[in-house]
Design a binder for this molecule. Sequence first.
Ligand SMILES: Nc1ncnc2c1ncn2[C@@H]1O[C@H](COP(=O)(O)OP(=O)(O)OP(=O)(O)O)[C@@H](O)[C@H]1O
Length: 428
Amino acid sequence: MPAAVAVAASGGRDSTALLHATARAARDLGLEVHALHVHHGLVASADIWLAQLRAQCARWARAGLPIHFHATRLEGAPARGESVEAWARRERYAALAGMAKAAGCDVVLLAQHRRDQAETLLLQALRGGGAEALAAMPRRAERDGLVWARPWLERPREDIEAYLRRHRLRWVDDESNDDEAFARNRLRRQVWPALLAAFPDAEQQLAASARRAAEAATALQSLAEAGLAALADDGVLDVAGWSQLPRPQQAPVLRRWLQTVIAQPVPESLVRRLADELPTVGHARWPAPGGELRLHDARLSYAVPQAAATLAPEPLALDLSSPGVVELPAWGGALEVQAVGEGGVSPSWLRAAELRPRRGGESFQVAPRATPRALKKQYQARRVAAWDRAGPLVFSGEQLVFVPGLGIDARCRAAAGEAQLALAWRPA
Ligand SMILES: Nc1ncnc2c1ncn2[C@@H]1O[C@H](COP(=O)(O)OP(=O)(O)OP(=O)(O)O)[C@@H](O)[C@H]1O
């Protein structure tokens, strides 16, 4: 049995009740309770929440409950394109995990109850979620080396209200619960009263559905894993083998593979599109979260763009006039120099070469009679993906000689019959 248990406490109604109930049980069992609060810094009232909860815990401690209070103020802000809710949730869990570990707790209790579970199932269904999403919240999950448990997940909301009344507990009302811009608040305010009036046991039945969906999701996942075992190797999916699977297994196996290679949520539209298109195309690319999927020789892989140009190293002078491979770890790859019969550059251009990062404003000429155009335009015209643009530009004096993804500038090409070299950028 653990010596201490943590409770994630917002100061709101449910977690106030859970904190109090846990502290009372802990007193009887000889355990310590750590109340963990996260100040998101998003609304002015967050200061009041923190102060009230701290004072509440101090009062309970004085009254003999084995309770300790900890709080973390979140720093920073959502990344570009990230929603405030997603950022707050991720940072809240990270802060809770940090505080729990520092307090020596292995278990963190969360206060969601059966009504929350029923709402989550409905919200997932309204977003078109599959079994995994309809499973809603697990009663117990292991993450970041901690157990996250929801001891009241099967408790009706009324039980918690009765507990609060019985112990005359006070809590802070979250004013954002009134904001109908949030789907959960619209569900709570507009839909739930009507639903309960028409279906009095809705909460219980929806929570039961979530439990069954969780079982179905676990079974489906093991099936998909078993199907994948023979088809995926080192992040590459054998598309020929996948096409031989019975039709109903194809999407689940594909979804599972995508989840393993893309470390972020996989849009269902991508799963559907791939399931339809994979059997019909030979070579193709599809945009995917954080990168790109590439199909080549019936093998599907996922590629992530190279580090951004802001990390590009300093210019570097070197002699590239003889064949060989020049390893350039600072650039994340190597330049390969090869003797060729045509289409190359005369070695004299490469004797005093300089590798430079792209700065903007460079121009590149693709063919002898073409007009030089801005590098950016050439990339766009030839649909060079962002990660194929990584690697150094090779200059000779002020003349751009070679560009990863585009090749040798036509102005530097050697005449037929002359000694010449081709360059290629090989990302690590
Ligand atoms: N700022 C916070 N600091 C610590 N724990 C939090 C915080 N916000 C939420 N939690 C924890 O996550 C659980 C779910 O959060 P959510 O905001 O969905 O709950 P809620 O139904 O509003 O609960 P409560 O009435 O306790 O605020 C809470 O019950 C609580 O255990």
